[in-house]
Design a protein around this ligand. Structure first.
Ligand SMILES: Cc1cc2nc3c(=O)[nH]c(=O)nc-3n(C[C@H](O)[C@H](O)[C@H](O)COP(=O)(O)O)c2cc1C
Ligand code: SF4
Length: 409
């Protein structure tokens, strides 16, 4: 374990010296032109290897459709050159919304979403993914898959099997609406502790969604199977492969008291999702309330972790590599490039050249500088490197305000 430190590299040698201390290491390439190469997925072209990860805007219209502010945010992101926009989470029903300003796609507002997708496509034609979610423990209804003393929640209740059956209907319905609205793909979000992710660790739940591996992973597989039966839209999953919480509360860890990552079940699930027709896997880790540094390695804005941010990046990229090695036919997205600032392009290019993953996902970096992709693709430095200060997260999670970058450059 290396000690936590803020980013302070003044030369590539400084950076490589720290990276050299990592137990498994990071990819690195001085040559970054591979980032400009296109990809094809189910007959559609993805222009380049840079992807904007989902960042919730906290600014939808009352009915859940994209607001003027959201149009502007995504237009400037598309103009900034990213090949893929993996949009912020969109709730599949009202109970699953995390807040009143979360996007929600319904029969009534599909036309507004269609106008939104058409408009963003007109700006450099990015591949656009709709991330479908139920916020579970973090929803207004505080619907939990399990009791978890590590994340106590007031007024919470355990969602029953019948409600989960109905939730599958909502996912399928919303996926079909997303297809109608013109999205290039849909993502069944299974990360960061939201409902479908929490079910994976429902070891102590009874009934058909708890206990055995089969039961814990049943719902997402049912949802994917039904969507594939009814639609041709490309299906993606953003998947936590490690929650960073000990057994029996976390997924992707070895049973026992010690917290050790174990990819056995996540890899098994990915193989089954692949067989059901999922084409894209976006790999993540961590639970916001417990292990935020695993989701987004940072300098500030959360508890000081017992690890160096580079180790957080290493976990995310090594996990993506394991998935890509086992399932080379899957399109794999790696997360967690923002903390790397000036070296993100080198690490992304190295990982793609060495076949660790296919697409490099940047989250907070596009909030700080929506033009970051063109800057990287033109071989320039990122003009406004995200300070990983936590300000944007605090705005939406603590203050309930619209998301934006608050850092003074
Ligand atoms: C303010 C904020 C909102 C986020 N919203 C979402 C979201 O809606 N869906 C999601 O899957 N991840 C969400 N994330 C996580 C990011 O997509 C990404 O995984 C994380 O920031 C790590 O990538 P980065 O180091 O490039 O920022 C959010 C992160 C932040 C900081
Ligand atoms: S507020 Fe800005 S600089 Fe700070 S983490 Fe968010 S995007 Fe990065």
């Amino acid at each position: 374990m290396m000690k936590h430190q803020r980013y302070a590299y003044s030369s590539v040698n400084d950076f490589l010296a720290d990276a050299g201390q990592l137990s498994q290491g990071l990819p690195f390439s001085k040559e970054t032109s591979v980032l400009s190469t296109p990809l094809s997925v189910n007959g559609k072209t993805i222009r380049n290897r840079l992807l904007a990860q989902p960042i919730e805007g906290f600014d939808s219209n009352e009915d859940g459709s994209p607001s003027q502010r959201a149009f502007e945010r995504y237009q400037s992101l598309a103009d900034g050159g990213v090949g893929t926009i993996w949009m912020e989470s969109i709730s599949v029903n009202d109970e699953g919304k995390s807040n009143n300003r979360q996007m929600r796609l319904s029969e009534e507002n599909t036309e507004q979403f269609a106008q939104f997708v058409t408009t963003i496509h007109e700006h450099e034609n990015p591949f656009i993914v709709a991330q479908l979610t139920h916020s579970g423990r973090y929803s207004k209804s505080v619907a939990c898959a399990i009791e978890n003393p590590l994340i106590p929640k007031e007024n919470s209740y355990i969602i029953n099997d019948e409600a989960l059956d109905r939730l599958a209907d909502d996912y399928v319905k919303t996926a079909l609406l997303a297809e109608r609205a013109g999205f290039d793909a849909i993502d069944i979000r299974c990360c960061h502790g939201y409902l479908l992710n929490e079910l994976f660790s429902a070891y102590n739940r009874s009934g058909k969604y708890g206990g055995s591996y089969e039961n814990r992973t049943r719902l997402v597989k049912d949802i994917v199977r039904r969507i594939r039966e009814q639609s041709n839209i490309t299906v993606a999953v953003r998947l936590n492969v490690f929650d960073g919480m000990p057994y029996p509360y976390g997924w992707g860890c070895r049973p026992g008291k010690e917290l050790v990552q174990d990819m056995t079940e996540p890899l098994r699930l990915i193989g089954e999702l692949r067989a059901l027709g999922v084409s894209i896997l976006n790999i993540s880790a961590g639970i916001g309330a417990v292990t935020p540094y695993m989701i987004r390695p940072y300098d500030m804005g959360g508890p000081v972790p017992n690890e160096h941010p580079l180790e957080g990046v290493e976990r995310l990229l090594q996990s993506a590599k394991e998935v890509k090695t086992q399932y080379p036919e899957l399109l794999v997205v790696a997360s967690g490039f923002t903390w790397l600032r000036d070296f993100a392009a080198n690490v992304a290019a190295g990982g793609i050249s060495d076949n660790w993953f296919d697409l490099a996902g940047f989250g907070r970096q596009w909030v700080a500088d929506p033009g970051f992709a063109n800057e990287i693709l033109c071989g320039r430095k990122i003009q406004k490197p995200c300070a990983t200060c936590g300000g944007c997260t605090a705005l939406i999670k603590k203050e309930g305000k619209e998301m934006r970058c608050v850092h003074k450059f």
